[in-house]
Ligand binder design. Structure first.
Ligand code: ZN
Length: 185
């Protein structure tokens, strides 16, 4: 139940054993079979989910973040403004779940754009409804963005285990709220 967000960086000594799933995508080997099962069950329903992002190294995340910052500085924003704005769209290096191997971005094969309409695809609807059965949660529900500090990412699924995922789904929580709930038990 590793919490990684703007206020909780990945620990320095963090280490992950990776396993390849689907072409060249790698995830933490402990979640690989659950992920493969979820994708194959979705496909058996006639759906076409594809992984578009999985494990990222810190340097890859840094590159993505810097590209986004540059878009804003090119637009005339100061460096600090640009970093602030970029952080709503691309997670600050060291604080991305993709660096843990516990998260994947999944989109519809028929609609691979990362925008609002992604949420309307049959694949996202199925995943939002069923991912908890495989231990995955939709990590950044749009209505929780004040807490998660992530604007919009309804294609990002995070593994937390079936028991945790089921509670989170049933009580309509985000991971931050769930961890706070656990801490107050
Ligand atoms: Zn993601």
């Amino acid at each position: 139940l590793l919490l990684v967000n703007k206020n909780n960086k990945i620990p320095e000594n963090f280490d992950v054993e990776l396993e390849t799933v689907e072409k060249n995508h790698k995830v933490d080997k402990r979640i690989a079979s659950s992920l493969k099962q979820m994708l194959s069950d979705a496909r058996n329903q006639g759906l076409s989910p594809v992984i578009c992002s999985s494990y990222r190294t810190n340097s890859k995340q840094t590159q993505l973040f810097n590209n986004k910052v540059k878009q804003y500085t090119d637009f005339g924003y100061s460096n600090s403004e640009a970093e602030e704005l970029a952080s709503y769209w691309v997670t600050i290096p060291g604080t991305s779940e993709h660096e843990t191997g516990l998260a994947v971005d999944i989109v519809s094969k028929n609609y691979q754009k990362l925008d609002e309409q992604q949420e309307e695809t049959a694949e996202q609807k199925w995943l939002m409804e069923n991912s908890y059965k495989y231990g995955f949660i939709l990590r950044y529900p749009t209505d929780k963005k004040d807490i998660t500090m992530i604007n919009y990412e309804p294609w990002h699924y995070r593994y937390v285990g079936i028991e945790n995922a089921t509670y989170i789904k049933e009580h309509d929580l985000c991971l931050e709220e769930y961890i706070e709930y656990l801490n107050n038990l």
